[in-house]
Design a protein around this ligand. Sequence first.
Ligand code: NAD
Ligand code: DAU
Length: 345
Amino acid sequence: MRILVTGGAGFIGSNFVRYMLDKHAHCRIINLDKLTYAGNPDNLRDIENDPRYRFVKGDIADVSIVGSLMANVDIVVNFAAETHVDRSIHEPGGFIQTDVVGIYVILEEARKHKTRKIVLVSTDEVYGSIEKGSFTEQDRLSPSSPYSASKAGGELLALAYYRTFGLPVCITRGSNTYGPYQYPEKVIPLFVTNALDDIPLPLYGDGLNVRDWLHALDHCSAIDLVLHEGVPGEVYNVGGGNERTNIQITHMILDLLNKPRTLIKAVPDRLGHDRRYSIDCAKIKRLGWRPEQTFEEGMRATVDWYAKNEWWWRKLKSGEYLDYYKKQYATGLESDSERQQRENE
Ligand code: NAD
Ligand code: DAU
């Protein structure tokens, strides 16, 4: 099994590379990653010398690199994407370039090289928000943010390539994923690392938005299953079955770290903030998938991982990260006197 993993230096991609090498002795992986701010070679330090693994720095929108790598693999699993909703609100261009144009390049090159299977890792955010019940794969797409709209665009292109050219592509729509090696802009690693430093946890709006949490390794096992058993042209929802409000998540983190709730700071809401995500996962369960981690155990282990691996996250919270943090949270986190001063200027 020769696999091209794209975006394998990011959070889920790096967990997937490690998972596949552990699980499949004969698997060979090429990891193509542009190493954006979210791509981190530290995520795969432990396996970088494994003879079955090769890293290539490059862009999925670069036809020549993608074409040359595609000539040597049977399967492509795409994780590469711009992934953070808040950044897509500030600067959508990069999202359209990678999550739509990049996907187009992968599909075209896969078609030319007759790639045996293509798995696009997508997101439950393409459905938009749901007040009651859960979305099935048949429901219409109604994305709210530039991020989720770009992911939906990439998906629709992929399905068109299946219908028009018979390209054997499957799509997974995963829910909010947590675990080790997640860049500390996403809510769980952000709140855990802020709490470890005793600095405020910026909670958006009323804290009652609901997300369904899925452990990274359960997400990886679902993608592995779809890669082997998924029917070309089909979409599979992948959810952890752990719906929680953001305030519940925040309390859980503070309790696990034995930190006070006074660290919570309500800040202005995200624009277009989806209220609730919920997906029906009966279809992938019929293929034989089940999440293995309970949320309580998974969260305990995850919080513990960040507490013990300060070497990994401390250096990420500098430079570009601090500029972004200031832009995103400055007005929400400023003190009364800072606000007064800003208003007087
Ligand atoms: P991440 O932001 O941690 O990592 C993304 C990776 O893609 C980084 O290594 C980055 O360098 C790389 N990359 C970005 N643009 C690239 C380009 N043009 N060419 C090559 N590499 C590029 O992302 P993640 O959270 O691990 O998400 C991985 C995939 O899973 C994404 O497609 C995302 O939409 C999807 N997803 C994520 C979640 C979640 O909760 N994190 C849930 C469902 C689906
Ligand atoms: O649902 C799958 C999606 O989950 C993935 O496709 C995305 O790539 C991934 O980033 C994630 O999107 P969310 O927007 O749901 O994740 P995020 O961690 O940014 O936010 C989770 C919830 O926490 C959301 O309701 C917003 C809230 N939040 C987030 C941040 C960063 C806060 O209250 N404060 C914050 O500072």
